[in-house]
Ligand binder design. Structure first.
Ligand code: NAI
Length: 373
């Protein structure tokens, strides 16, 4: 009996291990690390996708995932996105990401983030991390007691501060480039825009959109965020979260979580353009093609939302705000190049962006393969 239990246990372990390797193989990951801290109960996963371009860089997401598998899936997808985002933005960093499996509204403490920092320190600079959904710059002031490999700390701690400001700036530029391609005019004045998510990025994006004279409808799952957005912009229309997909609009802007463009939502969209900050908005690669076939111009997420990455990467080279914003402005031209490539080849913009990035990674890895004396 004891042997049978042992054998079953072994089988279970093998199955889960094979499962993880299979997923790493699917996305092309280099390394996945599970961290558990007994003292604080911290459960975190760090995924390093590809370090061809340099040490891995990517935020830390804190989320109450329903299952371990869901957390793993998220960190794998997000870290892969970072490889593409670094490459397309011309930053010499690889793709990585971390997740903390906990509720950001209930489980935060100085000790939890110190424990997280202690694990980041063990990687000795192979991975740099900072804020993402569920975390804010101040959380990393705690982590900083244990590690130096952090980005996006508050300005008073020598960091570049809140990356959502530059991310929203980049999304606005990207939206103008995408409007130019889709409507022949970059102006957003009078355009009907549906915004999903009024968090750190979404609420700042609203400032840009209202300043340009857009007509905005938005949603969020937190009443406080809606209340604050309405206070700043009394003309903002609000709809319940599930209704946002069906709102009649020119542009849909996802700024909440991933996988929101899928078999259920795409047929409900009325827009001609999709452009927002949320990472991994396509549930699957084929949804990029579905949008293409439906005549919707999709601004690839990792291109549009690169502002935050550009800022924190700049921080590691000696931070200069002006240089960071001028680099983020290039999101406009990068998107136009992707749209032109997509048109020439007759392929979805999501595939066009991936092809251009993969070509670049291939060239750099061949440059680096030279023998050094
Ligand atoms: P956040 O956590 O401050 O905001 C997300 C907002 O989405 C929250 O207000 C939340 O209540 C809302 N939300 C969640 N599920 C929703 C749903 N089903 N319907 C409507 N609203 C919902 O996060 P942040 O920083 O604003 O990021 C937003 C997105 O942009 C995320 O996907 C993030 O990964 C991405 N991103 C953020 C960057 C940054 O610099 N903050 C940089 C690059 C990407």
């Amino acid at each position: 009996m004891a042997m049978e239990i042992e054998r079953n246990k072994q089988k279970e372990t093998e199955a889960s291990t094979n499962g993880i390797f299979a997923q790493m193989e699917k996305y092309g990951h280099e390394q996945v690390i599970f961290n558990y801290d007994k003292a604080t109960g911290l459960k975190s996963i760090v995924a390093i996708h590809d370090t061809t371009l340099g040490p891995a860089l990517g935020g830390c997401r804190m989320w109450p995932y329903e299952t371990e598998q869901e957390a793993l899936q998220d960190v794998l997808r997000l870290s892969r996105g970072m490889t593409y985002k670094c490459a397309v933005s011309g930053e010499s960093f690889g793709g990585g990401k971390s997740v903390i499996w906990a509720d950001p509204h209930k489980d935060k403490s100085d000790e939890l983030f110190q424990a997280f920092g202690s694990y980041i320190e063990t990687m000795k600079g192979r991975f740099y991390t900072g804020t993402d959904v569920g975390t804010v710059s101040m959380d990393f002031v705690s982590a900083r007691k244990q590690t130096q490999y952090l980005v996006g700390l508050p300005e008073e701690y020598g960091g570049s501060g809140n990356s959502a400001i530059i991310t929203a700036y980049g999304v606005h530029k990207g939206m103008k480039a995408t409007a130019k391609e889709a409507f022949g005019d970059e102006s957003l004045s009078g355009k009907k825009i549906a915004v999903q998510g009024l968090g750190k990025v979404g609420k700042r994006l609203l400032d840009h959109l209202f300043e340009e004279g857009a007509i905005v409808t938005a949603t969020d799952i937190f009443d406080d965020n809606i209340r604050m957005a309405k206070m700043a912009h009394p003309d903002l229309k609000i709809v319940p979260p599930e209704e946002i997909y069906g709102v009649e609009c020119d542009i849909f802007s996802p700024n909440a979580l991933g996988a929101v463009l899928n078999d259920n939502t795409i047929p409900r969209l009325t827009c001609k353009v999709i452009c927002g900050a949320a990472n991994n908005v396509l549930e699957d690669k084929r949804h990029g093609r579905m949008l293409f076939e439906q005549g919707i111009l999709y601004a690839p997420d990792y291109v549009v939302n690169a502002g935050g990455l550009i800022e924190v990467a700049e921080e590691l080279h000696g931070f200069n705000k002006e240089r960071a914003f001028s680099k983020a402005e290039q999101i406009y031209d990068t998107l136009l190049q992707i749209y032109s490539y997509s048109r020439d080849k007759g392929i979805p913009t999501s595939e066009a962006a991936d092809e251009l990035v993969e070509r670049k990674l291939d060239v750099i890895s061949r440059i680096q393969s030279k023998y050094m004396c």
